[in-house]
Design a protein around this ligand. Structure first.
Ligand code: NAD
Length: 345
């Protein structure tokens, strides 16, 4: 009791981080969000928690060593759940520097500050640094290759995945070199509420609602393994509570879908759910565009280690989760419209 109860959540105003904060905050005595509020972070997503007991929001950069070490000391943090990152592959092609800065240098800064606090406290066994990462570090699969496991060699292909791979390696090294109690989770593509409308599913939802073209890279046959964000949050909580320090776990939905199939499903869902779309049937908006450079063809995650060792199972059925997500974007234009306008300004 009293362990892993004083938690720093980095990137808690972003998509997965904010879903995790809502999912987990009652389990902590104190939950501090540290978020730089980049284009992807939105404080309004956490508005319901402002002023709540045991919740604090701090606007700041994970690369600010002084700020991070002050927070760890002042709030007596024993656990970091590290979501903060530059997360969009297309942006990493246009401007890779921010990815190296936040994902590599930022993660290093957090690790150093946490190590100093852990050592100053006499290396308590219950401290944890849980690093949230991606399946993209493993590269791309051919159509019949087996899914990625925890022992698949790293082979990142984009500046985004390379910067996440770099951060994973630093976290691993801090366990092996300093015995810092770290954990790594690598997860497949997430979907659900509060995802910034530049990623496939929310982008298609808001473009259908606005009557804008639905751009699909290449031939649309790229395959991703989709997991509902709530299932991801549950997996993170399971790893935090049950995994041995130094472990890594793959998280996936065992749910491989082609991009074109997702977009067509979303078109049909929105035709059904929305009254008076600007263009209907929405499939008329589908437009194939030049493929993304270095576009990985297929990802698939084998999460049997997590299921076998720690007893986690995904709960969401994809068709239901996708319909709920489409309905959420339909109902929450007041959330996404200002974010889009801010990012385009
Ligand atoms: P996101 O882009 O929605 O949110 C990132 C958050 O980090 C934002 O709130 C942003 O303001 C904050 N941030 C960015 N730079 C910062 C900095 N220097 N200091 C402090 N805060 C900063 O991302 P997401 O989709 O929620 O992803 C969260 C984590 O999960 C990332 O580490 C990502 O690599 C990983 N991940 C994402 C997916 C996915 O499908 N979205 C899948 C697997 C893993």
């Amino acid at each position: 009791k009293g362990q892993n109860k004083r938690v720093l959540v980095t990137g808690g105003a972003g998509f997965i981080g904010s879903n995790f904060v809502h999912y987990w905050h009652r389990q902590a005595d104190l939950l501090v969000v540290l978020d730089a509020l980049t284009y992807a972070g939105h404080r309004a997503t956490l508005a319901d928690l402002e002023g709540a007991d045991g919740f604090k929001f701090v606007e700041g950069d994970i690369g600010n060593a002084e700020l991070v070490s002050q927070l760890l000391t002042a709030y007596e943090i024993d656990t970091i759940i590290h979501f903060a990152a530059e997360s969009h592959v297309d942006r990493s092609i246009l401007g890779p520097a921010a990815f190296v800065q936040t994902n590599v240098v930022g993660t290093f800064t957090l690790l150093e500050a946490f190590r100093h606090r852990w050592e100053a406290q006499g290396k308590p066994e219950h401290f944890r640094f849980l690093h949230v990462s991606t399946d993209e570090v493993f590269g791309s699969l051919g159509p019949t290759d087996p899914a990625f496991s925890e022992t698949t060699p790293y082979a990142p292909n984009s500046p985004y995945s390379a910067s996440k791979a770099g951060s994973d390696h630093l976290v691993r090294a801090y366990f092996h070199t300093f015995n810092l109690p770290t954990l790594i989770t690598n997860c497949s593509n997430n979907y659900g509420p509060y995802q910034f409308p530049e990623k496939l599913i929310p982008l298609m939802c808001v473009n259908i609602l606005s009557g804008q073209p639905l751009p699909i890279y290449g031939d649309g046959q790229n395959v991703r393994d989709w997991l509902h964000v709530t299932d991801h949050c549950e997996a993170i909580a399971t790893v935090l509570q049950k995994a041995a320090p130094g472990e890594t776990y793959n998280i996936g939905g065992n749910n491989q879908v082609k991009n074109i199939d997702i977009v067509q499903q979303l078109c049909d869902l929105m035709d059904e759910l929305a009254d008076g779309l600007p263009i209907s049937p929405a499939r008329e908006l589908i437009t194939f565009v030049t493929d993304r450079p270095g576009h990985d063809r297929r990802y698939a995650m084998d999460s049997s280690k997590l299921q076998r060792e720690l007893g986690w199972q995904p709960k969401y059925d994809f068709a239901t989760g996708l319909a709920q997500t489409a309905q959420w974007y339909l109902d929450n234009e007041a959330w996404w419209r200002p974010l889009l306008e801010r990012s385009r300004a």
